[in-house]
Design a protein around this ligand. Structure first.
Ligand code: PRP
Length: 191
């Protein structure tokens, strides 16, 4: 069986670097949310690896509710046309909500999510992203917690996909150009 790793031209973040940074982030969250009423809201689907690793390192009580959001619709940059594909099931009114996502790119997704959750009247609302692209504005959006800042490159792995593949890579990398230039009838998306 071929390995997904062979499709990478460059590894930006190794598994060890990722796990070490998540140790630090989890310790920070544990400090900041002591005595709070934490509800984690990861966004489907890209945040699954990140949130699973974070969760097991935060020993305090918390609730978990996934929000389904889709934004790319076959483009390599967010369309801004953002759909909610799964609503929250828990009541977050008067709760301390922490939204968790894999990547902050244009910022359009998290602006939409911020506006949506704000209408539910949480006690506090903060954002934790695994990756933040080093681009100028992110639609004016700022994350409260960031794992890594990365160059404005198309990345896959650790939850991030290309045509719904590569999410299960334990590292983050850039695909070989021959992979992304291949024509496909599947729906593409960008990391
Ligand atoms: C991706 C990613 C972020 C968002 C970031 O989601 O997971 O949620 O785009 O882009 P933005 O900052 O430009 O808005 P996508 O809609 O591709 O869904 P996925 O998580 O299921 O891959």
């Amino acid at each position: 069986m071929s390995s997904l790793r062979d499709d990478l031209q460059e590894v930006l973040l190794t598994e060890a670097q990722i796990q070490q940074r998540i140790d630090e982030l989890a310790a920070q969250l544990q400090r900041d949310y002591t005595d709070k009423d934490l509800t984690l809201v990861p966004l489907l689907t890209g945040s699954v690896m990140f949130v699973a690793d974070l969760l097991r390192r935060v020993p305090g009580p918390l609730r978990l509710d996934f929000l389904g959001v889709s934004s790319y619709h076959g483009e390599t940059r967010s369309s801004g046309d953002i759909h909610i594909t799964k609503a929250l099931q828990l009541n977050v009114c008067d709760r301390d909500v922490l939204v968790v996502d894999d990547i902050l790119d244009t910022g359009l997704t998290l602006v939409r999510v911020r506006d949506l959750i704000a209408t539910l009247r949480p006690r506090s609302l903060k954002f934790c992203v695994f990756l933040e692209k080093e681009i100028p504005h992110h639609a004016g959006f700022r994350a409260d917690y960031t794992g890594f800042r990365i160059p404005d490159k198309f990345v896959v792995g650790y939850g991030l996909d290309y045509q719904e593949q590569y999410r299960n890579l334990p590292c983050v990398g850039v695909l070989k150009p021959e992979i992304t230039s291949r024509a496909s009838l599947d729906t593409p998306r960008a990391g």
